[in-house]
Ligand binder design. Structure first.
Ligand code: SF4
Ligand code: F3S
Length: 106
């Protein structure tokens, strides 16, 4: 499966949503996750993300592996997002800031 990692937080560009053929993305207040039960491993979303936040679960950076479990957990709680929407207002300011897990809203 594929996994959304930290750099999506407070950015949520949603470009990933439009290319996903399987409606895998679930939306929270300031982050998206991929449902590991519906992802068909097509990898189309990876290059669409302006924040480079999406990785194969086998390729997640070592300091981000907790996002694998977090995607699975939050996908059960959050609704599917079916179409792209506007990025968060300050997305361009927050991209690549690092250490953003502290800002995750559920
Ligand atoms: Fe959707 Fe493909 Fe990305 Fe999985 S890898 S979330 S199926 S676009
Ligand atoms: Fe997040 Fe990138 Fe999608 S910032 S909403 S994973 S395009």
């Amino acid at each position: 499966t594929f996994v959304v990692t930290e750099n999506c937080i407070r950015c949520k560009y949603t470009d990933c949503v439009d290319v996903c053929p399987a409606d895998c993305f679930h939306e929270g207040p300031n982050f998206l996750v991929i449902n590991p039960e519906t992802c068909i491993d097509c990898s189309l979303c990876v290059q669409e993300c302006p924040a480079d936040a999406i990785y194969a679960d086998t390729d997640v950076p070592p300091d981000q592996t907790h996002f694998i479990e977090l995607n699975a957990e939050l996908a059960q709680l959050w609704p599917v997002i079916a179409a792209a929407s506007e990025p968060m207002a300050e997305a361009d300011m927050w991209i690549d800031q690092g250490d953003k897990l502290q800002f995750l809203e559920r």
